[in-house]
Design a protein around this ligand. Structure first.
Ligand code: SOE
Length: 388
């Protein structure tokens, strides 16, 4: 339970759409389930549309709202600036926040380019503030448990890391040209939006990637001009069309420092798959599979199980012994997508309280961005690209 003299951490959130909902929910629920050293105080939410941001402020429980992010960055009563706006705005806001001495949270991917990502990293380091890049799937309890099994050597040397991140929300050619389909706003398409999550999981579970070779494709090259909506269920009515400037699908091979053989696929055209973020890891002593659509479970295979009984077995990672889940419900009472953000932010705030830099941070954001850049370069130049 929350202590009476508990310290506060005062949050300004820039943006309030999909990720704003996920983050503000996490701030509100965090002290309910976890014994936190710093209790989030929702000070101010920022958005350009006054009507929209006012509604968000009331619904999400912020004390106030603003329409200009510059006005909140300098405020003395703000400790952390949380950026949940489209990707092209991350660098400017994050650098200004760091320079004003605020801790910074940024949604993924960190930036549009490697150069911007590096500038952001330099700013947080120079100003001695803590930083978080929101690769939330690391904080699925089953994924954390998979990491523990790997670290304990349960599957031995890893031969394969195989990831697919499959969505289908833009299969309809009339789905409008939202910001996620514009390179100057989002950086890349399926690659940076969902492939970046697989890259983060790969780095978290297996280690660094040293080289990539890839193929990218855009199936539908023009779409009805839409509003700058973030919705995954946006509808297009306009007859005028604009150019899609990002990839719809990407596949790439990767070599890891450890010698692991990596295979990645990310697409928004995998009809029938809404948010199938999955991986399989094959090691010398066993294997682990995980799939976000059944996020509480992992499947494990151990090569030294008795002959005749070998095979993948299902583990529901909701026991006391599994990471995080003991804070919620009795075993078998599952948790969901929103909880990944609670864990991510919990870890970050504990880091701030203990003066420790946690992961994933801007360094992870930069490394991820370098891989995204290399994958794109490889597709354009039709060759292997080394990750420096
Ligand atoms: C849309 O593709 C999206 O919301 C991504 O932007 C998120 O990062 C991913 O977690 C779910 O899908």
């Amino acid at each position: 339970m929350v202590g009476v003299n508990q310290k506060k951490i005062r949050v300004a959130m820039i943006g309030y759409q999909f990720m704003g909902k996920a983050h503000s929910h996490a701030y509100r629920d965090l002290p309910f389930y976890f014994d936190v050293p710093l209790k989030p105080e929702l000070k101010v939410v920022v958005g350009r549309n006054e009507e929209g941001v006012k509604e968000a402020q009331e619904k999400m429980g912020f004390e106030s709202y603003e329409t200009d992010w510059r006005k909140v960055i300098e405020r003395d009563d703000i400790d952390v600036v949380d950026i949940v706006t489209p990707n092209h705005t991350h660098a400017e806001i994050a650098i200004a926040a760091a320079e004003a001495g605020k801790h910074v949270i940024t949604e993924k991917p960190l930036a549009l380019t490697v150069e911007d990502a590096k500038r952001m990293h330099a700013a947080v380091e120079k100003n001695g503030v803590k930083h978080l890049t929101c690769y939330n799937y690391r904080y699925v309890p089953a994924v954390q448990f998979a990491k523990k099994l790997i670290m304990e050597g349960k599957i031995g040397k890893i031969y394969h890391f195989r990831a697919n991140y499959l969505q289908d929300f833009i299969v309809d050619p009339n789905f409008p040209l939202v910001w996620r389909l514009k390179k100057d706003v989002s950086g890349s398409g399926a690659l940076g939006d969902i492939g970046a999550h697989s890259i983060d999981l790969a780095r978290f579970l297996v280690g660094e990637i040293t080289e990539v070779t890839s193929m990218m494709q855009t199936f539908i090259k023009e779409r009805p001009i839409g509003e700058m909506t973030s919705g995954l269920s946006a509808k297009g009515s306009a007859t005028e069309k604009g150019e899609v400037t990002v990839d719809d699908a990407v596949a790439f091979l990767a070599r890891f420092e450890s010698g692991t053989f990596g295979t990645f696929e990310a697409t928004r055209f995998a009809t029938g798959n809404r948010n199938k973020n999955k991986f399989e890891i094959n090691g010398e002593k066993g294997a682990i599979r995980w799939d976000m659509e059944n996020m509480n479970n992992i499947e494990v295979y151990f090569h030294d199980d008795p002959e005749g009984l070998q095979g993948f077995r299902l583990i529901n990672c909701t026991e006391e012994i599994h990471p995080y889940t003991g804070a919620y419900w009795p075993a078998g009472h599952i948790i969901g997508y929103e909880h990944t953000f609670i864990h991510l932010i919990d870890e970050f705030f504990r880091g701030i309280a203990g003066d420790k830099q946690t992961s994933p941070n801007f360094d992870d954001g930069v490394k991820n961005q370098i891989i995204l850049d290399a994958v794109e370069k490889s597709a354009n130049e039709k060759r292997w690209i080394e990750i420096k």
